[in-house]
Every structure is written in C-alpha cells, then in structure tokens.
Design a protein around this ligand. Structure first.
Ligand code: AMP
Ligand code: GLY
Length: 421
C-alpha cells in the first residue's frame, strides 16, 4: 500500500519511521516532510492547500493518507482527500473542532458531564472583565481557536486579568484566535498526556506520557511546543487509567458520535490529575509532538492495521503490539527557542541504539543544517525509566550543532514519583 504522511516535524518523522517498518507499506511518502526523513520520499506542497495536496496524492496513486498537524485538519484536508476517494487517518474538519474551538470542547464536556475546569466563554471584553473580577486566583485565560500552544495565560490577580483581557481584546494578543476567550479555573496536579486511537466508536489508548512544555529545567522559562517526554507516565496508575476510560475517554467518543461527528484518528487527552480526580485540560485532534516520538517507540508493530481500522472500523486493542519498558525523548532545540534563534548550523553525529527524529532541518551540500526551533529529538527505550533517560542523554552528547539547547531534567520528576531518586 502507498502511504502518505502529511507534516514536517519530529512527530511526522516518528510516524514515518514507524510506518516504514510495517509490512503492508510498499511505498512511503511525506508532504512536505523534512530533509532528515530518509525513510520516505518527500513531496513538495503546502498542507494548507487542500486541492494541491489532493492533486499530488492522486498523481502518486496514494492509497492511505495520515494527516498529522492541527492546521490542515482544522482546514478540512481529510474531508478533501476523502471526497477524492483517498482514505485518511485523521478527523474531518467538523470532528477536529474538538481541538480547534475551546468553546466547542468546553460545551461538549458540560453537556456530556465530562470533568474539566469550571469555565465561561466571552466574545466581548466587558462581561469578561466583570466575570474575572469575581473569580478566585490564579485564573486561566485561553484563546478559543488554535494558537500553537501559546494561547494560554495564567494570571495571579484581578489586575493581571484586566491587563491580559485588554491585550487580547484591544491589543490582538492572540490574533484572530482570541476574538473569543475561555476563562477557566486553575487546576493543580501532575499532567498526563494520553494519545488514543479511535474509529468513531472504539478507543484504544496508547501508553501514557508526560510532556515537558517549558523551555528550561525545573519548568522555568517560556512555554514551547514540548522539550521532552517520558512514557509511560508513572502518575497514571491503572486505577486512574480505568477511571479516565469510564469518566472521560468513552464519554468523549460517545459525545462526538451523538453530535454527528464521530472521531476517527488520534484523540489526545491533556489531563490534570487533581486531588478531586482527573480533569480534561484540553483535547487535541491529533498526535502530540513530541509525545508521539516516545509513545511510538513503545509500539512494536501493528500501526498500519490499527490506523486502517480507525478509518474503516473494527479497531481493537489487539491490533497493536506494545513493547514493555519505558521511553524517554529529549528534544534538541536551537539556542534561544522559543524566542529568537539563528539557523543554518551544520548538524553532526550519529548516535547508536536510539531513535533519531529530525524536525527543523534542511539539506545543504555537506549535510543537514538547522532550520527551525526544535531541530531534532532523540528517543531511547529501556526496561526501566531510569535506563531510558540515561540512554537518551548519552545520545545527546553524540549530537552536535552550534548553540544546541536541551533540558537536562526530562523525566526527573517522573523518577521521583517512582521513588527512584
Ligand atoms: P492547553 O493549550 O489548554 O493545553 O494549555 C497549555 C498548558 O497550560 C497546559 O499544558 C497546562 O500546563 C496549562 N494549563 C492549561 N489550562 C490550565 C488550567 N485550567 N489550570 C492550570 N494549568 C492549565
Ligand atoms: N506536546 C503537546 C502538543 O502536541 O500539543
């Protein structure tokens, strides 16, 4: 089968690498892909240009397409490919609203009794300001639409809330994504990411994960797309997993069915394990980046079958063969990311015994050079979390580019939860 993966980051490289091992895949393509993806043939194109992608997919005779990034999903790329007779892994535009509109997802959770932070939505500043005045602090203010992980502000007092609302409504802080905001209760507890495959009706969770979103060690610095991941997440016990399945995962799948938008693809649950039980922080309508790099490292096989069952029905836990043990993914970023950074530095090194996933890279005469914020990630698996972390960090010492920045504490908090340090 000829398979096409849409996207160009580390997540897509992990998908390409995992699909390349599947016996059912006879030819593998990425659009646009990146220069580090040696396992796929990269096709030029813009994922936001749905007619262009359809034309390219047709010309190549693509038989199955995996749409990974949020923007093309929200833009209806799956709908366009399906209309052209190309089956896809990924939600339709209507189903992708579970991520692309916080108001949609918050309403769904309220209507179907799915536990989440207390909230209210506003499309004009005055009622938002008034509401914020009456709330306990800290308080969370979010853009309604997609905002590349930068649409969340946590404010400590009423004055900061007023300033934030002013910047959003009057200063265009979130751009078009912020014409509507959600104001919600601040939740505390360990965060867990659960990526689950769905066929509209059945749901199969992959191993749980813990992302590290801040740029610097000890969760300091700015929010990023994610600087590293460990999986499985030791805070996510079997009891909590069962509770999430009954109170969150299955109700969400049923809600999407009831609303007439059955969810097919990867549904990502961003959860906070509060002292009152698990709560949904957000849904994503896609694989996470870099969660995918760590989670797929624990999948031994069956990914293509599982993805096809997501599209055609009949998904079951037996589709996937999972590996025992733990995974640790460390992202190496350009110095300065997520702020200003320089690019064009040569990348050298070939670490062994780990998975190497490229993201912000491009080809020059002598080899790959840096071309983005998150440049690459290294993922190790091992019988224990401690061993996986050690292996991933040994590998970082063998990769080089000028100004490389990575966190030194990926998994440290998780090890403490395991009682290892
Ligand atoms: P989101 O884009 O909704 O996932 O939010 C990004 C990050 O902001 C989350 O991973 C959390 O760390 C933090 N966050 C979002 N909502 C809340 C909340 N209600 N309480 C505390 N932290 C939050
Ligand atoms: N790592 C979080 C995300 O992909 O949104």
């Amino acid at each position: 089968m000829k398979v096409l993966v849409i996207g160009s980051g580390g997540r897509e490289h992990a998908l390409v690498q995992a699909l390349a091992k599947e016996p059912g895949v006879t030819a593998l393509y990425a659009l646009p892909g990146n220069a580090g993806m040696k396992e796929a043939l990269c096709l030029p194109g813009d994922p936001m240009d749905s007619p262009g992608v359809v034309a390219t997919a047709r010309a190549q005779g693509i038989q199955f397409c995996v749409v990974a990034p949020d923007d093309p999903l929200a833009n209806g790329l799956v709908d366009a490919l399906e209309e052209a007779g190309i089956p896809c892994f990924g939600p339709t535009r209507a189903a992708a609203r579970i991520e692309s509109s916080k108001v949609f997802s918050k309403k769904l959770m309220a209507d179907f009794h799915i536990p989440t932070a207390r909230w209210a939505a506003f499309d004009s500043p005055d009622p938002a300001r008034e509401y914020a005045l009456g709330q306990p602090y800290p308080l969370v203010i979010k853009a309604d639409g997609l905002a590349k992980g930068k649409g969340v502000l946590i404010v400590q007092n009423a004055e900061q809330a007023q300033e934030a609302l002013h910047s959003i409504f009057d200063g265009g802080l979130f751009g078009a994504s912020g014409s509507r905001v959600v104001i919600e209760e601040y939740l505390e507890g360990p965060e867990v990411s659960v990526l689950a495959l769905c066929d509209g009706q059945n749901l199969v969770p992959l191993p749980s994960a813990m992302d590290h979103k801040r740029a610097l060690d000890d969760d300091q610095g700015l929010n990023t797309g994610g600087m590293g991941v460990i999986a499985p997440n030791p805070f996510y016990t079997p009891e909590i997993a069962e509770r999430c399945m009954q109170q969150i995962f299955l109700p969400t799948v049923r809600a999407m069915q009831a609303l007439g938008h059955p969810f097919r693809g990867c549904l990502f649950f961003g959860l906070m394990l509060t002292k009152d039980g698990p709560r949904v922080l957000e849904y994503n309508a896609r694989f996470g980046d870099p969660e995918t790099q760590a989670v797929l490292a624990l999948v031994e096989g069956g990914l293509l079958t599982a993805m096809q069952h997501c599209r055609f029905g009949g998904l079951s836990a037996g589709d996937l063969r999972l590996k025992q043990g733990s995974a640790c993914c460390v992202v190496m970023a350009s110095g300065g990311y997520p702020g200003r950074f320089n690019t064009g530095y040569p990348i050298t090194g070939r670490p062994e015994g780990v998975l190497l996933h490229y993201a912000g890279v491009k080809q020059q005469q002598d080899g790959l050079v840096t071309a983005g914020g998150r440049v690459l990630s290294l993922t190790a698996t091992a019988p224990t979390l401690k061993q996986a972390i050690d292996r991933a960090y040994q590998a970082t010492e063998q990769m080089h580019f000028e100004g490389a920045h990575y966190r030194r504490d990926i998994g440290r908090h998780a090890l403490r939860a395991e009682g290892v340090t």
